[in-house]
Design a binder for this molecule. Structure first.
Ligand code: NAG
Ligand code: NAG
Length: 397
């Protein structure tokens, strides 16, 4: 495990948490943590138990309290997260836990406009939530836990924020809803304001990873990154033998990196995410470690069409991790159909009470099943396996 314990406790006790925590000290609880993990709040237990292979355990007893707190714990501070392209807030809880909030911007059954490039698509709060569930169902456990929440934008953001730039963007819409838009490089304007109904706003809250000063991360450019240009194609789109180059290039030439990458490709394909230009790992674990699946807000944008190009790496390299392959096969059995498992899993999210997190067309198609055996996605994988993948080496991982 990361073994942050002593450093984290020292850091917290001596400095409080980050400059971003700026609410008055009375809002926070007194810290009475010892080396006994029973005395730790769920977020700290989560941080301390991150391992080289996964963010949390299969059947982790800490997951329920952790997501429960994300969904219900009192919010004592809300400030904008600097740096991103779209509006995000860092929320703090009385026990010094923190979460990243992404607001609802789009109705669930709306599809991304076909004329919009993937890099200018909205980030969706429900995609963040659904990605966490899908990643867990696939057995990866590489997405930080996320829960949905109805946030009172007045009491839980406007009234408590110390972020003046954020506070200045609040207004009341013509129908009396409280709205705000914050500051960022995409969609932070009156025309793209996020609005409560009249003050309750749906949002996703993702638990923050350990601070970068405690657990630095390395960012890797995806070899199958899209060109992010309206006119150019990427190398992988034009070179048929692209994978043989990648396979010879460190770190894809050794260990499990290539199959780890394929795991991420499968997740992205199932949720229609074209925006995976980079990925991250924890520096401390070196190259032989899992890939973090962060930033999934642009997934689940379309349910009426799959995007086969997301599978290009799998098609070109013809590699898949054995445990992932077995999991996909399991999720294709009638009793474990991916769409059913997803539906049941999403049912546990608090926002499910407001409305199902993925609209039925999504569950019936994009995400998972397309009536399972006919599933374009899964059958594509199966065909890949059968047509091309006599070559697949069985990876021990
Ligand atoms: C941390 O992980 C270990 C196994 O790796 C497990 O036994 C323990 O219960 C976990 N602790 C917490 C607080 O979740
Ligand atoms: C990890 O991969 C990078 C990039 O491929 C390489 O430069 C570095 O030497 C590798 N580190 C180890 C410990 O193998």
């Amino acid at each position: 495990v990361l073994g942050f314990l002593s450093v984290t406790l020292f850091f917290l006790l001596s400095f409080g948490r980050e400059a971003e925590v700026s609410a008055s000290q009375e809002a926070y609880e007194d810290v009475q943590w010892t080396s006994d993990s029973n005395s730790h709040p769920p977020w700290l237990r989560f941080h301390l138990n991150i391992s080289r292979w996964q963010l949390y355990l299969h059947r982790d007893p800490n997951m329920e309290p952790l997501t429960q707190q994300l969904a219900t714990h009192r919010i004592v501070s809300a400030v904008q997260k600097s740096g991103g392209t779209q509006l995000k807030l860092v929320m703090s809880f009385p026990n010094y836990g923190q979460a990243m909030l992404k607001p609802m911007k789009q109705e669930r059954d709306e599809e991304t406009n076909y004329n919009l490039y993937y890099f200018s698509d909205f980030e969706r709060h429900n995609a963040e939530i659904a990605a966490f569930h899908l990643d867990r169902i696939l057995g990866y456990r590489r997405v930080p836990p996320v829960a949905g929440r109805l946030v009172d934008v007045v009491k839980e953001i406007k009234d408590i924020t110390t972020d003046r730039k954020l506070a200045r963007t609040f207004f009341t819409s013509p129908v009396g809803n409280v709205c705000f838009y914050g500051q960022c490089s995409y969609y932070c304007s009156t025309e793209h304001a996020v609005c409560g109904r009249p003050r309750h706003l749906e949002a996703s809250l993702a638990v923050m990873l350990p601070d970068l000063s405690l657990a630095s991360r390395r960012t890797w450019r995806s070899p199958w990154r899209r060109s992010y240009s309206r006119s150019k194609l990427a190398k992988w789109e034009t070179e048929p033998d692209y994978c043989s180059t990648v396979k010879k290039t460190p770190p894809y030439d050794k260990g499990t990196r290539l199959v780890d990458f394929m795991d991420m490709v499968i997740l992205d394909f199932l949720m229609g995410n074209m925006d995976r230009h980079h990925y991250e790992t924890f520096e401390k674990f070196g190259n032989n470690t899992f890939l973090l699946h962060l930033d999934n807000g642009r997934a689940f944008g379309r349910h009426s069409k799959d995007e086969p190009s997301i599978l290009a790496p799998l098609e070109q390299c013809c590699r898949i991790r054995r445990s992932t392959w077995l999991r996909l096969r399991l999720l294709s059995l009638p009793q474990y159909r991916l769409s059913d498992v997803m539906r049941a899993s999403l049912f546990s999210d608090p926002l499910h009470r407001v409305a199902p997190l993925l609209s039925e067309p999504h569950l019936a198609s994009d995400c998972c099943s397309r009536n399972y055996q006919q599933s374009v996605q899964v059958s594509l994988l199966i065909n890949l396996k059968e047509r091309l993948c006599n070559l697949i080496s069985i990876w021990q991982s």
